[in-house]
Design a protein around this ligand. Structure first.
Ligand code: SAM
Length: 309
């Protein structure tokens, strides 16, 4: 699951040799429950603070102790671990909360990303709040945020909905519920179900709905497939197999919300004038913003294409 290049390994070693012992010597970790984000692939994606907290905690509650041990070894973290996963969550949370109530510093990590996000963590957080134990988030990677910011879909407003149901009838119902959504809808999906899920998106939201597949984020084979769901489905179908971890993003149901991939400035300006009733100046401004270019660059491109069929 974790990947790190030799060059990164050397860089990381420099960081951990030079910086972390200095930071770890400050034994100032207050008692409490620490929710620590860990890498979603690339081992470099961990904060200095996360490493310090993991070093200074009395105990690290992990989904899979063997997997987390690899990360801990990499950063020379010797803190003892204990398992905390969906099958022992209730009993283990009760046990951990007693330690916390007595003043322990306990870090919780999941296999990857932010604990509690489609992962165990919620029960412990609720109990800690109930018992007046401080709950401290240690921010870091989480797959859906990385997927969203690079998707090209609107990010002013979005919903994260966790895993789509593995059952087609329920999945279609879930998809139906976002038909008229005015925001980006984000789902986690397993690679062996992505084809069926995309077919259900076509069936429920139509072939033109904009989607993005963000696959293997932060890893060697990181990939974004962007387009209408029909286009993305074609790409997926053309491959023998889709592997790896996947975030599926569905664009807003509002017409004209996002530009068609590859649409020219001229096409987009005309689309905005037609669909959003913007005047030429406002449409150019919006088209420029969407593309991350200046208004004058958008104007030049628009003029260059003006009058072309
Ligand atoms: N706690 C994690 C987080 O903060 O994102 C999510 C854990 S959930 C059990 C695992 C799912 O997250 C995967 O099936 C996939 O949908 C998504 N995911 C995790 N890592 C990913 C990655 N590197 N690239 C794409 N999706 C990822």
């Amino acid at each position: 699951m974790f990947q790190v290049s030799e060059r990164s390994r050397l860089k990381l070693q420099l960081v951990s040799d030079a910086t972390l012992p200095l930071m770890a010597s400050a034994e100032d970790l207050a008692p409490g429950l620490y929710l620590v984000a860990t890498p979603i692939g690339n081992l470099e994606d961990i904060t200095l603070r996360a490493v310090r907290v993991l070093k200074q905690a009395n105990l690290i509650a992990c989904e899979d102790t063997r997997l987390t041990r690899k990360l801990l070894n990499h950063y020379a973290i010797e803190t003892p671990t204990i398992s905390y996963h969906e099958h022992n969550e209730a009993a283990r949370a009760a046990e951990l909360i007693e330690k916390l109530a007595q003043g322990s510093r306990i870090a919780v990590v999941s296999d990857a990303g932010m604990p509690g996000i489609s992962d165990p963590g919620f029960r412990l957080v609720s109990l800690a709040i109930e018992r007046g134990v401080p709950v401290v988030p240690i921010p870091g990677p989480t797959a859906f945020v990385s997927a969203l910011v690079a998707s090209g879909l609107g990010m002013e407003s979005f919903s994260f909905r966790g895993f789509l149901s593995p059952k087609s009838t329920t999945r279609r119902r879930e998809l139906e519920s976002v038909r008229n959504s005015a925001q980006t809808e984000i789902f986690y999906e397993a690679p062996h179900r992505i084809l069926a899920a995309l077919e259900d998106v076509v069936a429920t939201l139509g072939p033109e709905r904009r989607v993005v597949i963000a696959r293997e984020l932060t890893k060697i084979h990181e990939e974004f497939l962007r387009g209408t769901v029909a286009q993305v489905l074609d790409i997926v179908k053309s491959r023998e197999e889709i592997k790896g971890e996947i975030v599926l993003l569905i664009g807003s149901g509002a017409e004209g919300e996002t530009p068609a991939p590859g649409a020219s400035v001229r096409d987009r300006v005309e689309q905005l004038m037609r669909e959003e009733k913007l005047d030429e100046k406002a449409a150019l401004k919006k088209a420029a913003k969407e593309r991350g270019i200046s208004k004058s660059a958008a104007y030049r491109e628009w003029q260059a294409n003006y009058g072309k069929p």
